[in-house]
Design a protein around this ligand. Structure first.
Ligand SMILES: [Zn+2]
Length: 420
C-alpha cells in the first residue's frame, strides 16, 4: 500500500496510543508522508511545513485503526454451515468478500487477519487491497483451512462425493497434514488455520470437547509451515486440544476456550496470543433460535461462552495477550457488527475499555505479524488512524457507529468516515 504524501495535523481530541497508556487529553498527532511524525501535546510540537493540513477531532478521540484478528471475508452471513462451500461459485464469493472487506474498513478496521477463506480468495483480496484496487483492511491471509477427516468441518456426507475442497483440506495422518500445508505454501498464505477441536455447533460427533486432529498431525503442520515462514493457528476449545497446540508450537490460538492451570502456564511461557471471539457465542445464543438452531447447540454455546470468558479473564490477568476478533459472517453474527466484540468484553467479560482497545489495536497488529509498523500511535509507525466523534473510553459502544467516524486512515490516506 502506497503512503499518502504531505503533512496533516490531527488535533482537538484525546489521543489513545494503543499501548495501554492513559489517554493524552487534548493531544496532537502529526502524519507526514503516511507515517506518524509526532504524537504528544501542543507545547512539544516540532516545526512543521506551513502547508500542513489540519483535521479537527471535535473534542473526540484519535486512536489507532482497529484490527480484526479473526476475519472471514468470504463467509457471506451464512445461516446454514453447509452452504459455505457449495452455495455459490468462486466468482460470486469473491465479490461478496470484496464487499465484506470494504464494510470492515468503513467500520474502522484498518487491518485484519483472515481466520480462513473459501477458495484462497483472501490471498488475492489482500493483493487487490495492497495495490489500492479494492478498499479493505490490510490483510494477513490464510486461504483454505485444515481439519482432520470426520472432524468439525467435514460435514458433507460421503455418498455425495463432493468433499470440502473449496474451504477445507481434509487430512488423515501427518503425511497428509504436510501435504496440505505444502498446497497452502503454493497458494501464498501467511497463516495456516487448523481445527484441532470441535465446537458447540456440532453436538452429535464433534462437540467442543472433541478432538478433530491428532497431536502428530498438528506437529507436522507446524514443522512444515514454520519451515516455509508461515504461522499456524487453530480452533481450540477442548483443553486437550489447547495443550496439543501449545506443545506442537502453534503461534496463536483461536477461542482458547477451556484453559486449565497447566495450559495457562504453557501459554504464558511461550507468550501465545489468544483470540477468544466471544460475541459470536452470545449472538448464537440470542439469535440462533430465529435461524432454527437446535437447543443442544445453543446450550453448547452457553457453555463455551462461560468457559471462554473465564479463560480470557485469566489470560489477561496473568499477563497474557488477547486479540479481538469475532468470527463475523454468520446470519446471526453478520459482517459489520465487528465492534460489538469490544463492548461485550467490557460489559460481559469485565475488562476495562482501555485494555480492550489495546487488545483490538496493538495486540491485533502483533498477531498479524505487523506489530512493528501498525497497531499503535507511535512515531515512525504507519498512519493507520481512527478519529471518532466521542469519548470511546467512557462509551466503547460508540465504535459500533461508523457515522461517528470523522476519518478512517490507512498509511495517511483518508479511506472512510465523514471526511472521505
Ligand atoms: Zn472462524
Amino acid at each position: 500500500m502506497k503512503n499518502a504524501s504531505g503533512t496533516t495535523i490531527l488535533r482537538n481530541g484525546q489521543v489513545i496510543d494503543g499501548t495501554g497508556a492513559d489517554p493524552i487529553p487534548n493531544g496532537i498527532v502529526v502524519v507526514q508522508d503516511g507515517r506518524l511524525l509526532f504524537v504528544g501535546v501542543e507545547r512539544d510540537l516540532p516545526d512543521l511545513p506551513s502547508a500542513a493540513a489540519e483535521i479537527d477531532a471535535g473534542g473526540g478521540t484519535i486512536m489507532p485503526g482497529l484490527v480484526e484478528a479473526h476475519f472471514h471475508p468470504t463467509y457471506f452471513n451464512v445461516a446454514a454451515l453447509e452452504d459455505l462451500d457449495i452455495k455459490y461459485p468462486v466468482e460470486y464469493v469473491t465479490l461478496l468478500a470484496a464487499n465484506n472487506a470494504r464494510l470492515a474498513l468503513e467500520c474502522g478496521y484498518t487491518s485484519a487477519r483472515s481466520g480462513g477463506s473459501l477458495f484462497n480468495i483472501d490471498v488475492w483480496l489482500k493483493k487487490a487491497i495492497d495495490e489500492g484496487l479494492s478498499p479493505g483492511p490490510k490483510l494477513a491471509a490464510s486461504g483454505r483451512e485444515i481439519c482432520g477427516a470426520g472432524g468439525l468441518m467435514d460435514w458433507n456426507p460421503e455418498f455425495r462425493k463432493i468433499g470440502m475442497e473449496g474451504l477445507i483440506l481434509l487430512i488423515n495422518g501427518p503425511d497428509e497434514a504436510r501435504s496440505a500445508v505444502r498446497k497452502l505454501v503454493k497458494d501464498g498464505v501467511e497463516w495456516v488455520k487448523t481445527y484441532p477441536t470441535g465446537d458447540a455447533a456440532a453436538p452429535d460427533a464433534n462437540d467442543h470437547h472433541t478432538l478433530c486432529m491428532t497431536y502428530d498431525e498438528m506437529h507436522a503442520v507446524v514443522q512444515t509451515a514454520h519451515n516455509h515462514q508461515m504461522k499456524v493457528t487453530g480452533h481450540c476449545r477442548a483443553t486437550a486440544g489447547i495443550k496439543n497446540a501449545l506443545l506442537a508450537g502453534y503461534d496463536t490460538l483461536e477461542h482458547g476456550t477451556f484453559i486449565d492451570d497447566e495450559t495457562l502456564d504453557l501459554l504464558l511461557e511461550r507468550d501465545v496470543p489468544v483470540v477468544p471471539a466471544l460475541y459470536f457465542e452470545q449472538a448464537s445464543i440470542e439469535h440462533g433460535p430465529e435461524f432454527g438452531m437446535p437447543q443442544a447447540v445453543i446450550d453448547g454455546h452457553q457453555e463455551t461462552l462461560e468457559g471462554g470468558a473465564e479463560s480470557a479473564r485469566r489470560i489477561l490477568a496473568a499477563g497474557g495477550r488477547l486479540g479481538m476478533g469475532g468470527d463475523y459472517g454468520f446470519a446471526w453474527n453478520p459482517h459489520g457488527d465487528y465492534a460489538k466484540e469490544l463492548e461485550f468484553f467490557v460489559s460481559y467479560v469485565g475488562l476495562n475499555p482501555l485494555d480492550v482497545i489495546t487488545c483490538a489495536t496493538k495486540t491485533g497488529a502483533e498477531i498479524l505479524g505487523r506489530g512493528g509498523e501498525t497497531g499503535t500511535l507511535e512515531t515512525d509507525k504507519l498512519a493507520d488512524v481512527l478519529i471518532v466523534d466521542g469519548d470511546v473510553v467512557n462509551d466503547i459502544a460508540i465504535l459500533q457507529d461508523s457515522s461517528r467516524f470523522i476519518a478512517v486512515m490507512q498509511n495517511g490516506h483518508i479511506r472512510s468516515g465523514q471526511l472521505a
